[in-house]
Design a protein around this ligand. Sequence first.
Ligand code: AMP
Length: 418
Amino acid sequence: MQQNINTYDFAGKKVIVRVDFNVPLNEKFEITDDTRIRAAVPTLKKVLEKGGALIIMSHLGRPKGPADKFSLKHILGRVEELLGVAVKFCPDCQKADEAAAELKMGEVLVLENLRFYAEEEGKPRGLAEDATDEEKKAAKAAVKESQKDFVKKLASYADCYINDAFGTAHRAHASTALIAKYFPNDKMFGYLMEGEIKAIDQVLGNPQKPVTAIIGGAKVSSKIGIIEHLFDVCDNMIIGGGMVYTFIKAQGGQIGESLCEDDQMPLALDILKKAEEKGVKIYLSKEVVIANDFAPDAESKICLNSEIPAGWQGMDAAPSTLKIWEEVLLNSKTILWNGPVGVFEFPAFAKGTNRIAEILAEATQKNGAFTLVGGGDSVAAVTQMGFAKKVSYVSTGGGAMLEALEGKVLPGIAAVRE
Ligand code: AMP
């Protein structure tokens, strides 16, 4: 049975917490952005305040085995600062029996990077490039077998399990999903996970209407799952960014050198048809800012999305388009934003994306709309522009949020709920 972090009695318990401390490090192994560590602090502090001891586990990067550059030792100082207590470190997550046994209440032990072991992900490593299908199958079976002991060992350190790693909730890994079954009555979500789940539910579960989704980014192919799933809850869908040109070309428009996935054009037309059937109003960027080169200092002008001359490409939403979108957004009670509506990495073409962030802040602050920014670059955009605190929720999990919005069941969530 799933427990609740607010009511669970942590006193005298050793609590193993899966966090996502996969933070970016520079060449001196200094943390360049500690957002992910800070995001786990409320959960970690709660356990300590309520009289428990913490065993923290995480991955860092994508090591193919033990490697100094991916060691979690690099981040211990920051964890200590944020928790305000000394932190112990076990340099091998499978050899922490003693350290865990000696841990006293109020103390903190961090385990070395889980992904130093192939068993964490359950995927074989070091297979020869010319390995046969048989060999691949055997290697996979072997790692799945040894994964059982790996999970059991991690579970043996603690009395209770918390999953607070939303960023890896879409992976059925040892520490994110498999471990939960060892704690049938002592498993729960941390505050970060709870926040993400609640935010997703406020959009997909029982949202306040009207609901508008803004879907931007580069490719239709990577967003198709979300678009189709959102049709079930949305009243309006704003489609912007590079992906819009696949729709325009499919409808017979001239898109010049704009980004386009020719093979997705039939699908684009199908999406428009489905939207009509489901009564979802689609807003494609009508007037766009075009440029004569994909460059930050390219010459630019405004034109209709279907009349882009040869040698020019669509780079951003034009002010007239933003005006139309603004009206839709300010009339919405629930807004989901995924993906920038222009090439926001170039300041000259970031105006549309910036404006969306401003409008979302206004919808949240003045209209009381619930606004969720989720998935990859739109999160970067909203944070970069200082709007993260002015919207209702900014998701911390790129891939996990995308899969949740596609309606998939995330293994990390299911394992705790089961
Ligand atoms: P995604 O990861 O699918 O959300 O895509 C984000 C990327 O889409 C960003 O790097 C943007 O620069 C890019 N993008 C947005 N609009 C355009 C556009 N009109 N042309 C090319 N790339 C775009």
